[in-house]
Design a protein. Structure first.
Length: 256
């Protein structure tokens, strides 16, 4: 009897010990998952990240168009906006032009939009960005960009360039067709290279710029998990598009 009791006791201890070890292993895995940083590489399998950021946009359902517009984003050849402002006693300028050019990216015909940035009159960057409108949602989808960084008139880098379908990159959304306060979405989905994302803060701001006063202005807060210390606000006017980015404001716009 004593031997039988001892065997049962030992067996119980072994089973209990295995249960504790298994529980500790599961707990350790949960802790690792909780501590794992939220990056695109571990969230692209779902429509949203754990923090609610949209990272997939049902693009297989889209009928894409390389020309058109939604309320806050214009994709028509000849359209141009110029923003200017002063920062640290230096004049900044951003000229964005919708070109009469298209480029096929990841099998989709996109519209080429050129952005030219100068600081103190010196050219610092030219980027060729690739967009298309998704019908019927009218979401403006971002397929990537080619970037030239300048110094003293010479190209020194292509940092930040990416294309959907290459090196694990996917198309993001630059501007939704239907805007809602609190909506959060990835604009760039190039893991480790470009991961800009935007959150809609408000849709009824008023803003005064050198080009005029605008109402029903959309305000977004842009962040990047690759640079968590950085944050910037952008403002968009209906029928115009971008009218302020940090220190620079709209001074002129041209519709085709």
């Amino acid at each position: 009897m004593k031997k039988t009791h001892r065997s049962i006791f030992i067996t119980t201890l072994l089973i209990g010990g295995m249960f504790i070890l298994a529980s500790m292993e599961v707990y350790g895995q949960e802790q690792q998952l909780q501590q794992q940083p939220t990056t695109l590489s571990n969230t692209l399998s779902t429509n949203q990240t754990a923090e609610g950021w949209m990272s997939s946009f049902d693009l297989e359902k889209c009928d894409f168009a390389s020309t058109g517009e939604n309320s806050y984003f214009i994709l028509k050849p000849g359209y141009q906006v110029t923003l200017e402002g002063e920062e640290d006693d230096e004049m900044l300028q951003l000229v964005t032009t919708v070109l009469n050019e298209t480029k096929v990216v990841n099998g989709i015909e996109t519209r080429v939009v050129e952005e030219k940035e100068t600081e103190g009159g010196n050219l610092v960057e030219i980027s060729r960005n690739y967009f298309a409108l998704c019908k019927p949602t009218n979401n403006a989808i971002y397929f990537g960009e080619d970037v030239d960084i300048y110094e003293d008139g010479e190209i020194i880098s292509h940092e930040g360039g990416w294309l959907a379908g290459q090196n694990g990159s996917n198309a993001g959304m630059i501007m939704p067709g239907k805007v809602e306060v609190g909506l959060k979405y990835y604009q760039e989905i190039a893991p480790g290279v470009a991961e800009d994302r935007a959150k809609i803060v408000s849709v009824n701001d008023s803003l005064v710029t050198p080009a005029g006063t605008f109402d029903q202005v959309l305000k977004t807060e842009e962040t990047n998990p690759l640079k968590p210390e950085e944050k910037e606000f952008k403002f968009y006017a209906p029928g115009i598009g971008l009218i302020q980015e940090e220190a620079i404001k709209l001074v002129n716009y041209t519709k085709p």
